[in-house]
Design a protein around this ligand. Structure first.
Ligand code: FES
Length: 210
């Protein structure tokens, strides 16, 4: 069942569950993160009215709930599409062309960063290191990993998910494509694929980011 933004979330079984979660902690305010997860699971994102419900349950202010929810990137404060596509553009992935891969995806699906496709299927976001540097470049769809991608493979993967569904695609393909060949010394010395153009700046190299 899909909830409307104004529907009460913590009722019946969900209210029971919230109370059970709160009992796990000596200070019920410590249940804030799990309750935010409950809210997001139920409503699809962290709604304003849901945050007020959590504040009432925990005896804190809505501003405190918002302060925590807005700190963690896994909590979404706006509605998102059926699938969240998180593309890592940190250094290891950049070295293997993540910027180009991401720009190509956005162009293919005619959407901007942090926005949802017109059909409501995908919301795209750029993320910091997704802790799969050995499989660079990588992306996650609803937090399921897909590694060793390139621009064409990434588009083909998402089209497959759009047509056949994430669980089927993930089950059939697994997370990992064939590894890419290692970078040549020349490619490494060039630095990450440019957002604008050119290799890492001299300043970045001096600061040890290269
Ligand atoms: S830099 Fe992309 S997973 Fe670490």
């Amino acid at each position: 069942m899909t909830l409307n933004a104004s529907d009460k979330v913590f009722v019946k079984e969900r209210l029971e569950r919230a109370r059970e979660i709160m009992l796990r902690y000596p200070d019920s305010r410590s249940a804030l993160l799990p309750l935010l997860h409950e809210l997001q699971d139920a409503a699809g994102y962290v709604t304003q009215s849901g945050m007020r419900e959590i504040a009432d349950l925990l005896g804190i202010t809505p501003a405190e709930v918002l302060g925590t929810a807005s700190f963690y990137t896994m909590f979404k404060l706006e509605p998102i599409g059926d699938h969240l596509v998180s593309v890592c553009t940190s250094l290891s992935c950049q070295l293997y062309g993540a910027d180009v891969l991401y720009r190509n995806l956005l162009a293919h699906f005619a959407v901007a960063n942090k926005k949802t496709t017109a059909d409501g299927v995908f919301t795209f976001e750029e993320v910091e290191c997704a802790a799969a540097c050995g499989g660079a470049p990588c992306l996650q769809i609803d937090y399921k990993y897909f590694e060793f991608l390139d621009p064409e493979k990434a588009v083909e993967l998402l089209e497959d998910v759009r047509n056949r569904g994430l669980s089927i695609v993930h089950e059939e393909r697994g997370s990992v494509n064939a590894p890419l060949p290692p970078l040549t010394p020349e490619e490494v010395s060039k630095g990450p694929a440019p957002v604008g153009s050119g290799p890492l700046s001299e300043t970045a190299r001096e600061e040890g980011h290269g």
